[in-house]
Design a protein around this ligand. Sequence first.
Ligand code: URA
Length: 205
Amino acid sequence: MNLTVLDHPLAKHYLTVLRDRDTEPEVFRAAARRLTYSLVMEATRDLRLDECPVDTPLEKTTGYSLTPVVAIAVLRAGLGLLDAVVELIPSVKVGFAGVQRNEETAEPIEYYFKPPDLAEASVLILEPMLATGGSLSWAVRKVIDSGATDVRCLCVVAAPEGVNRMNREHPTVRIFTASLDRDLNDRFYIQPGLGDMGDRLFGTT
Ligand code: URA
């Protein structure tokens, strides 16, 4: 299985803040950003590097520079992870993927897709809630069709239903999450989950 579940006390702490129904949007946004630092560190653990010489104050040694990274924020909840990605990888190029879900079937309905050049890049898809997997699978298909070959997904919480769908439809794509939760309810929300990520980020509950 191409799933990595973070095992870090800070990630567990910030996930708990996100899960808490009483967490206000301002604190929620900060916790999402802080948790994303851990997701980014884990997802980029084996990122390709270019070697480059560097002069320390004492001598010349080998340094490393990042190869191109693209982040695709799945609107709108993916925006909650974007600040942390940009802060850790300032050279990142950012694209956006707009998808609505059909409330009855939970299948994705595309309304916007604008990626930067993906050909040589490692692509991080920011989709915080991996529920049925419909949106994430759609976003992965879009970036692959646009030329991406190295695709990694950052999800705050994942449900087994979504992970299984990703394994069926995109078995080589890696998923990084802070928690593999129990299941989905009849409205396709993750349980125990944290509610509607977009509403909680943007105070629209
Ligand atoms: N999207 C959310 O914001 N929350 C869920 O639990 C599932 C999908």
